[in-house]
Design a protein around this ligand. Structure first.
Ligand code: NZQ
Ligand code: ZN
Length: 387
């Protein structure tokens, strides 16, 4: 087991009605608020009106229209508004895209120079405006981490980096009742991927982390079908929301060597070129990555996939190879049953850019130094398996 340091400065206010604390939280930072939101879901759900009523004594500057897979142009627009209006605090109301964009705006407000350059060199510790968020979609964990992912459509790049942690995240599961079945399933696939990316790794003696990871996966397996059937089932939505925050927080990877997060590296390439939903891309990629690395390095991968089959899916048997394959099939069926696409072809993606994607995904040696090293030709083969 490896040494680790963990320091999450975010306060989570979880549960029904926690938004009542919003005025006192924001007042602690000032009265001039940049409200970031997406394409309008908060207006349809009534959250926008609720926020405006609570903030009647504040000056609210709006930065709406933030895209899913948020773009650098939105970061630039938000940072400009913060500078022009002397904003004291940013309030992000939405899913991971809105929160990620707000994080980059928080840093971009003080960054001198080109903001795409800031994204290319993103790192913790840069000066940032304080950020408060209201989470409306259980998926990314952006409410409980310092990372953000920003897209530049001109260069076909979607890059993750460290910006700033939210000071406070308001996590009220009732705000997720309106999330569509597709986004609910994609968000759940993202939560599971955050766990699986760390679970399959070189370190095998970090027993607590692996137990936490298995509990998180089983929670999603239990709650996603309930949330799809009964969108306003509070218990299911609440467990998915807690799982979202913990899955990407680093907690399930305590004491584990960094695995390289290969499915995320490849998915960000797909979203960069084709603007697809992150969790849907992960649901397509993950079983293919599993099959590929199982064939490439069975000695390393077989026991871990067999453990996944036993402990997560409750499968039994003595033949580890059979179990490993059954575990992959169970995951694939779970995603398909949730209504997620299972091939890139269904999303209109061809192999046209796979070679470029495979090289770009290894930026900084990320994939060639991952748990089961992937050279660009390996990544390209995995992408082809997804067609
Ligand atoms: O834009 P609006 O109108 O708000 O609609 C959104 C959007 O169309 C809608 N939505 C959100 N909450 C809703 C709702 N619709 C109805 N009711 C609600 N309560 O859902 C759609 C998708 O929203 P989005 O924010 O894009 O989804 P998600 O939370 O999955 O975020 C995805 C982004 O986060 C990045 C992804 O790459 C992608 O860009 N990630 C961020 C991470 C992080 N910060 O740590 C880690 C992840 O691995 C991920 O890469
Ligand atoms: Zn993710």
């Amino acid at each position: 087991m490896e040494n680790y340091t963990h320091d999450i400065p975010t306060k989570i206010l979880f549960g029904k009605g926690q938004i009542a604390h919003l005025p006192e939280i924001l007042a602690g930072y000032g009265r001039r608020v940049l409200l970031c939101y997406g394409g309008g879901s908060i207006k349809k759900t009534g959250l926008y009106d609720e926020i405006m009523t609570l903030l009647k004594d504040f000056t609210v500057i709006e930065c709406g229209g933030i895209e899913p897979n948020p773009r650098i142009s939105s970061v630039e627009r938000g940072a400009k508004l913060c500078r022009e209006h002397n904003v004291d605090v940013i309030l992000a109301a939405g899913g991971g895209s809105v929160i990620d964009c707000a994080k980059a705006i928080a840093v971009g407000t003080f960054y001198e120079g080109d903001l795409w350059e800031m994204v290319l060199t993103a790192r913790e510790g840069r000066k940032a405006l304080p950020l408060v968020d209201i989470l409306t979609l259980s998926a990314t964990g952006s409410e409980y981490d310092g990372g953000g992912v920003i897209t530049n459509p001109e260069t076909n790049e979607k890059l993750g980096g460290s910006y700033t942690y939210p000071a406070v995240s308001i996590c009220d599961p009732t705000y997720t009742f309106t999330v569509s079945p597709y986004q609910t399933a994609a968000g759940s696939a993202d939560i599971m991927s955050h766990v699986m990316e760390g679970y399959f790794a070189e370190t095998t003696d970090s027993i607590l982390s692996d137990g936490i990871a298995e509990a998180l996966l089983k929670t999603v397996i239990k709650c996603l079908p309930v949330a799809l059937k009964e969108p306003d089932n509070y218990a299911a939505r609440a467990s998915l929301m807690s799982a979202s925050s913990i899955a990407c927080s680093g907690i399930p990877e305590y004491g584990k060597k960094w695995s390289g997060w290969p499915c995320h590296a490849l998915e960000h390439e797909l979203s960069a070129w084709y603007d697809i939903t992150h969790g849907a891309g992960l649901a397509i990629l993950t079983p293919r990555w599993m099959r590929y690395v199982l064939a490439k390095d069975p000695e390393q991968v077989r026991p871990q996939l067999a453990r996944f089959a036993r402990n997560v899916w409750g499968l039994a048997g003595d033949d580890e190879m059979v179990l490993a394959e059954q575990g992959i099939a169970a995951l694939e069926k779970f995603f398909a049953d949730a209504g997620l696409p299972m091939t890139l072809t269904e999303l209109g993606i061809t192999d046209e850019h796979f070679a470029e994607m495979a090289v770009h995904a290894d930026r900084g040696g990320r994939l060639s130094h991952s748990w089961i090293p992937l050279m660009p030709e390996d990544s390209e083969a995995i992408l082809r398996m997804c067609l």
